[in-house]
Design a protein around this ligand. Structure first.
Ligand SMILES: O=S(=O)(O)O[C@H]1C[C@H](O)[C@@H](O)[C@@H]1CO
Length: 634
């Protein structure tokens, strides 16, 4: 295959081209709670659970002969957190009593690392006072699987109302595994027994950039490696609610954690909402990403639409959500709330997404009227913002005409290769596109969303990642209208993700980089800033490429995806006189069905080598591979 490259760029490669989509997804141990969000305790505040049920106690177990129950506290810590864990110690008990939390499939404890433990307690029975009767002792500790105490902090119990305890625990040794426990125990119990209630318990490790209530460092640092340009949040399905009443509501996700009620998310589990709107916005700044923020648009997953006058309060809510992000504290209450939480200056915001997948079910029947009502209102209030539609492109017709559509696709590896020209035929009429969710998720074209034994991938595969790379060369060739793209979903806990594959897997102590993670990283770090047209790949071929250039350094970047089972020879013919004779090639290659897994996390990793380049040079793309060749050419 001979590839002639033009000297004249056809269009810029927008800096926003490669980013990340996020929502709290993957039941049991979630991509947010138990994943990216730093909190190490599961079910830390008994939010949205039914008191006096075993479910309400999930992740909590009694220690010693104690009995523990989640109750609707008669004098709750806050109206947002009505439940507490009641520890009942019977009369004439001796020894230690209490309870433990197992984290999310474990708690990662490292020697020398400082963990911030905190809780609220309320003594619900009398404690004899006077001489000779020392108050009981409350001990917060980290404990290894074998029962060794790794670090602890003790205080004397005080009677009265809710008392806050906070302590820094710094273990001196690293336990053998992550099967550790966070324990709360009471000793020195008076003869007549003792009842103590607990609420809003928390254990935080150091966070990314040291951000309070921030993100787990190892996951965050892994994502930072990609240098994503944007971050889409809070969903995805998890924005929509199963009903309008259970939609994601920004106000419930900001302010003190004791004021956040949490919410039953759209993936079947409770979201603490400790990762809330302000945390998302600080996260975007810490990661140098621009926020792509979604507002609820009147459609929930049960198929219910809210239209007409009934939609107005939700439009008002969306306006306040946006004001919280960019408003002036002097003139807007939500912005004043932001300032009161420590952030006076507005955040940068350009894109607001209207709903999610407004093409599902009967959304198409009402999306035109909802879009018109919402966007007419929002664009009047915020003329500087760009609104992204999530219905099918052009169907139904929306007014005002959307500036941008968010297109999603989950398909087979082959689909991505044969559809690399997906955007080439789109009209150039000023409309731009955000490929907000895409991933090769199954080998079964007749049942993409099936189970693993029906062809669904548990992990990204080399064939899937190379297919995605072919599709991504199409983003670059069409970057005059495709300004942003993100793989989805981003994160999944390896112990149990009901949605697979995910770009990055993790468990309590590890982060796993998939082959698709490496493709996202290769493209994101080697974008170039302008596209050089070249001989077009054959539409249904197995070989796809793109040529971009960094104008500042006159360095060319050639990305090649070869999904053939044999190597493909390409001859590049360049219109430049001063071409370096040697370039660098970053190569990701392996067996088509190979994946990085927890058992073999580094089975397929990119290698960096040298390649002969020149005005004309030949490169042999290995079978089933993604290559990124960079070299100077003036
Ligand atoms: O069940 S799906 O609609 O396929 O869910 C998909 C599409 C939705 O936007 C996102 O939340 C989810 C996985 O990334």
């Amino acid at each position: 295959t001979t590839v002639s490259v033009s000297a004249t760029a056809s269009h810029a490669i927008p800096t926003s081209l490669f980013g990340m989509m996020f929502e709290d997804i993957s039941v049991s141990a979630h991509s947010g709670d138990g994943g990216l969000y730093g909190e190490l305790l599961q079910n830390r505040a008994f939010q949205q659970v039914t008191p006096n049920t075993t479910d309400a106690l999930s992740a909590w177990t009694p220690v010693g002969g104690s009995s523990i129950t989640v109750i609707a506290d008669p004098s709750p810590l806050s109206s947002a957190l009505p439940n507490s864990l009641a520890l009942t110690i019977p009369a004439n008990s001796a020894g230690q009593f209490g309870f433990a939390n197992e984290g999310y499939w474990g708690i990662n404890v490292q020697a020398g690392t400082s963990y911030t433990a905190s809780l609220y307690y309320r003594v619900a029975s009398s404690i004899p006072s006077g001489k000779g009767s020392a108050p009981p002792t409350l001990t917060i500790a980290l404990q290894s699987a074998s029962g060794t105490r790794l670090a602890s902090h003790s205080v004397s119990l005080e009677t009265g109302g809710w008392t806050h305890v906070s302590a820094v625990l710094t273990p001196t040794r690293t336990p053998a595994s992550t099967a550790n426990l966070f324990t709360v125990t009471v000793s020195g119990v008076p003869k007549q027994g003792l009842d103590v209630n607990f609420a809003m318990l928390s254990l935080f490790p150091p966070t990314f950039k040291g951000r309070a209530n921030g993100m787990r460092k190892d996951i965050a640092e892994t994502l930072f490696e990609v240098r994503p340009a944007f971050f889409r949040f809070p969903g995805g399905n998890n924005l929509e609610g199963q009903t309008p009443a259970t939609r994601w509501q920004w106000r419930n996700t900001v302010g003190p954690l004791t004021e956040r009620p949490g919410r039953v998310g759209d993936w079947g589990y409770v979201n603490t909402d400790g990762l809330g709107l302000l945390e998302y916005l600080y996260w975007c700044e810490d990661m140098e990403m621009e926020p792509f923020m979604a507002v609820w648009d009147g459609y929930s997953l049960d198929g219910e639409s809210v239209t007409g006058a009934a939609l107005d309060p939700y439009i008002a809510e969306a306006i306040e959500q946006i004001q919280f992000v960019i408003g002036d504290p002097e003139t807007s209450e939500p912005a004043a709330l932001r300032a009161s939480l420590g952030r006076k200056e507005p955040f940068a915001l350009k894109y607001v997404e209207i709903g999610n997948e407004d093409f599902i079910g009967n959304a198409p029947g009402t999306v035109a009227s909802r879009w018109n009502q919402i966007v007419t209102n929002l664009s009047t209030t915020f003329p500087q913002l760009q609104f992204m539609a999530t219905s099918d492109t052009g169907s139904p017709v929306l007014t005002p005409t959307p500036q941008t559509y968010d297109i999603h696709v989950y398909q087979t590896p082959d689909w991505f290769t044969t559809n690399s020209f997906f955007y080439d035929t789109f009209a150039r009429n000023g409309m731009t596109f955000f490929e907000g969710e895409y991933a090769a998720i199954s080998s079964n074209s007749s049942n993409i969303f099936g189970t693993p034994d029906q062809g669904r991938f548990l992990w990204p595969t080399v064939a899937g990642s190379a297919g995605e790379a072919a599709f991504m060369t199409g983003f670059e060739r069409n970057a005059d209208i495709v300004f942003a793209a993100s793989y989805a979903p981003l994160l999944g806990h390896v112990n149990d993700s009901q949605w697979t594959p995910n770009l990055v897997g993790f468990d309590a102590g590890n982060v796993f980089k998939s082959t698709s993670f490496y493709v996202q990283k290769l493209f994101s770090l080697n974008k170039g800033d302008e596209y050089l047209p070249s001989t077009l790949p054959s539409v249904n071929g197995t070989l796809h490429w793109s040529v971009t250039r960094w104008t500042s350094t006159s360095e060319l970047v050639i990305k090649i995806s070869n999904i053939d089972t044999s190597p493909a020879s390409l001859t590049f013919v360049l219109p430049f006189k001063n071409v370096e004779s040697e370039g660098t090639v970053q190569l990701l290659t392996g067996a088509a069905t190979a994946s990085n897994t927890p058992e073999e996390p580094d089975l397929i990793v990119p290698t960096t080598g040298k390649v002969k380049t020149g005005e004309t040079f030949e490169y042999s793309a290995p079978a089933m591979s993604v290559s990124v060749i960079t070299f100077g050419a003036k």
